[in-house]
Design a binder for this molecule. Sequence first.
Ligand SMILES: NC(=O)c1ccc[n+]([C@@H]2O[C@H](COP(=O)([O-])OP(=O)(O)OC[C@H]3O[C@@H](n4cnc5c(N)ncnc54)[C@H](OP(=O)(O)O)[C@@H]3O)[C@@H](O)[C@H]2O)c1
Length: 288
Amino acid sequence: MADSGSRGGVLVTGAAGGIGAASVRALADRGYRVFAAVRSEGVASRALAELPGVRVLTMDVTDPVGVTAAADLVAAETGQAGLRAVVNNAGVIVQGPLELQSADELRRQFEVNTLGPIYVTQAFLPLLRAGQGRIVNVTAPSARVPVPFMASLSGSKAALDAVSAALRLELVAWRIPVVLVEPGSTETEIFDKAGAASKQSLVLVAPTRLALYREQLAAVDRAAAKLRQRPVGPVARAIVSAVSARRPRRRYLVGDARVISVVLRLPAGLRERMLAGMLGLRGTRPKG
Ligand SMILES: NC(=O)c1ccc[n+]([C@@H]2O[C@H](COP(=O)([O-])OP(=O)(O)OC[C@H]3O[C@@H](n4cnc5c(N)ncnc54)[C@H](OP(=O)(O)O)[C@@H]3O)[C@@H](O)[C@H]2O)c1
């Protein structure tokens, strides 16, 4: 383990669990001073606060005023040194038939996954300029190969991809790299949280409308249950590489995200049939 903070400061959003918490630990182990931003304080954040070199702060990425206040707090602690990196990791999955998703759920999807990283980037760029730092955005394979019944998630991550590509060029003048980390299916609580939120929101949908999708949703559930999720370690290591590489890549692919580049080379029709087959959607008949 290196001296705490000897390699500069890094902000990680969505740090309470999953990929965020694993990245905080991996970065602190390598000697970074880590600002671990959590949506709300709890057992997980208290455990992080006990790690050497880790400073926990609360920040809801969808609240631009709160994000600015968090940036002021970090600026006061880092002084002239600024930050080495901002890791936009906070994210949620809003799942289910797009036709039935509520306006609140759609807004939450885009606010957390797309607008959140933009608010954080805007507020923390002065610290990144001071520290000759970089932006690391955590995206998903669905940004490049959109997934049915995860349409809003796919859209939110595709938008983040596009925003990152444009921002990369805007920040060339300051040599601030904008890096994407794209994990494949990873063992975290994000899927259980998405399932619970979807169940809660579908309660409000008329049973006749919900029945239209019953067969497809059952097929997707069966396919999801078979999906192999990999541990968070390799994703955290990719985030460390994205933060520490002298010349970072534009995109770090982890786990089964690597096959996406191959899938993208297939003709669109074949790709869609493959995806439908993988999700068990071929042969399902609409009910209405
Ligand atoms: N797991 C995968 O298979 C996978 C694959 C590709 C990409 N990703 C991406 O990886 C990132 C991390 O996800 P994960 O799998 O580690 O899931 P996770 O364990 O659920 O972590 C997501 C974190 O984001 C936080 N968050 C949610 N809304 C927030 C808000 N408004 N403000 C601040 N923080 C907020 C959550 O806090 P609360 O728990 O307090 O809500 C949680 O700590 C996400 O961007 C996700 O899209 C994950």
